[in-house]
Ligand binder design. Sequence first.
Ligand SMILES: Nc1nc2c(ncn2[C@@H]2O[C@H](COP(=O)(O)OP(=O)(O)OP(=O)(O)O)[C@@H](O)[C@H]2O)c(=O)[nH]1
Length: 394
Amino acid sequence: MKRYVDERFIPIATQQLYQDLATRSFPGVIFYMAVWAALILPKAEYFFAEPRIHTTLILTAIISASAITRLLCIYTFRIQFKNHNTCNGNILLLGVIISSLAWGLCSAQLIMTASFQDAIASTMIAGAGLCAGGLASLAPSRRFLICFLVPMLIPSSIAILLVGHPFSASYAALSGLLLCGLYGISGIQRREYFNALESQYELEEKSDQLAELNTLDPLTGLKNKRFFDEKMTDEFNRAIRDNSPISLILIDLDHFKKVNDLHGHLVGDECLKEMSRALKAKFNRAIDTLARVGGEEFAVLLPTIHQDQAMALADKLRKQIEQISISCEDCDVSLTASLGVSTLYPSEESSAQELFKRADLALYEAKRLGRNQVARAPATDDYSGVTGRSTSSC
Ligand SMILES: Nc1nc2c(ncn2[C@@H]2O[C@H](COP(=O)(O)OP(=O)(O)OP(=O)(O)O)[C@@H](O)[C@H]2O)c(=O)[nH]1
């Protein structure tokens, strides 16, 4: 398979291959039984006459049993996949080998039994037809196709050479040609099959990447506002289900306009990137969501975090932001930020918007009180919960 699909797609392509082979095997088994029926039923008075009737019945029993065994193998494969999500291709292959070997040996038996001499031509045609059917369904797997064609054709070819039929050399040569020809054609079909799979996987990969890009802020690599809003609603609903708290920290850089005006937008951009690095370093739980929700405004959503914990985290972050220093041509730029924290124990009556609104009010209060502050959204409209201290920003 390595020749056909990129290495990263091999596990998923293997799974898909076995599932497709199982799906294609059902009509294959029906065709197998139908070919046997078409071989003997139109000439029933010949096949079921003495002295052939016993052999005909035994061969019919063997062909039927092998078809049922192959069906059981397909069924077992499906059950294993459904219950354990494992794709055991060997079970499918076993069914293929049993049914093709049964046919190969039965047709060899027919050819070698003197009383069936008149049926040799139709037996060989039936075998060739089955090989063509096998190509149609098993071509994607070289292993499966070889395990089908070889036991199907080799026993009858050997048998026809052994009985010394006048056309035995032609029959054997045609069987050999059929084997090589079908195998050769299968290579083209295999390439087409895996090319189609690879294109599908590449498309899915690209569309996942595109969907992921669509959730990101291009400058900082943090999540964007749209994603954040959706995530906040999801996490809020989860908090209702789990009866757990959820906290939100809104962060707004202080006097950021001055940074742009004094040092230019490129330096401003560098400050925003540095801020995002500080956020990523500080909040690294998989369930936290970090986003840039405005020009110089950031948000951190903290599921399961209580108010006191959120306040402590916010204050540590504030101190960390104070330490940020960005070197530019004329001077080093330092930053401060104001932070608003809100925590809710969500209920059916509350909403994610309320959580955001309260954090925004707290942030506004932190700004009002002189910036470089952390303010907590109060239970009432009183804002006595302000912590931190004012320092000059850049
Ligand atoms: N460099 C840069 N600046 C941006 C970006 N987005 C927004 N800004 C700037 O951020 C500044 C925000 O200014 P204001 O809203 O007045 O806020 P502020 O100057 O930080 O003042 P306070 O928030 O009240 O402390 C504006 O000058 C915007 O141009 C960006 O992507 N890159």
